[in-house]
Design a protein around this ligand. Structure first.
Ligand SMILES: *Cc1c(COP(=O)(O)O)cnc(C)c1O
Length: 232
């Protein structure tokens, strides 16, 4: 099988899963955008995916993302930054990312805003919410209690557009239980920011559970591209 055939096969399977999950949830499959997570894979794969109809790609490492976005600058793709944001890199990320999905600290807002301003185009922002049970060792994401202040900071930033929320189901728990909490957090959030209705949740292993609670974006890597050597 050629690489193109492998990717076409992975994509067809994932698209089929999205369609079935939407049908089960009584949703239209057009409500869910597939973000192909290409971290660890070469720009040549991004190119093949674009040719196979992928419109959105996700990356989680700044240097890798920056290089790949530059190599693929001729393609009409939306780049989603989904990784941990370091404050000294936030401005640089805003120069190539169309969507920053992993904003979790107010401290980063000013830097992202300046990066977007330098680029001369607004950047879409999702707030990453932590779904860890209270007391768990902290992974990425803002505490739900801190979301309101973070959202206000983004709304006040001239070159950022608050579009919604992003989350990753924690390890060691049923994804559907974590996504149920996410749905509750989102419902409160939407009361205050009704137009910020993007919900990015669901990966290769749990996209069905995320679609069941209303995900509008799923971020899928290994189910399309194959397993990564190891997650750095
Ligand atoms: C790597 C990654 C994904 C994709 O994970 P898969 O299990 O390979 O689908 C999704 N979201 C984030 C934040 C990631 O870092």
């Amino acid at each position: 099988m050629s690489r193109r055939e492998e990717l076409a096969d992975g994509l067809a399977q994932v698209r089929g899963r999205i369609e079935r999950a939407c049908a089960e949830a009584g949703r239209d499959a057009s409500e869910v955008t597939l973000v192909a997570v290409t971290k660890f894979f070469p720009a040549s794969d991004v190119r093949l995916l674009a040719d196979l109809g992928v419109t959105d790609v996700g990356e989680n490492r700044h240097q890798e993302a920056e290089a790949k976005a530059a190599e693929c600058a001729d393609l009409d793709l939306r780049w989603h930054y989904i990784g941990g944001l370091q404050s000294n890199k936030a401005g640089a990320v805003a120069r190539y990312a169309h969507v920053v999905e992993s904003l979790d600290r107010t401290k980063l807002v000013g830097r992202l805003d300046r990066g977007a301003q330098e680029r001369g185009r607004p950047v879409d922002v999702l707030l990453q919410v932590s779904l860890d049970p209270p007391g768990a060792e902290h992974r990425a994401g803002a505490d739900p209690a801190d979301l309101a202040a973070l959202a206000d900071a983004v709304v006040a930033a001239e070159h950022l557009r608050l579009r919604g929320l992003m989350a990753v189901a924690p390890l060691g728990e049923e994804p559907s239980a974590a996504f149920d909490r996410l749905a509750g957090v989102r419902s409160t959030f939407l009361d205050h920011h009704p137009s910020a209705d993007v919900l990015s949740a669901g990966m290769s292993g749990d996209l069905e559970a995320a679609i069941a609670v209303g995900a509008t974006h799923v971020r899928v890597g290994s189910a399309i591209l194959g397993s990564r050597p190891l997650d750095r």
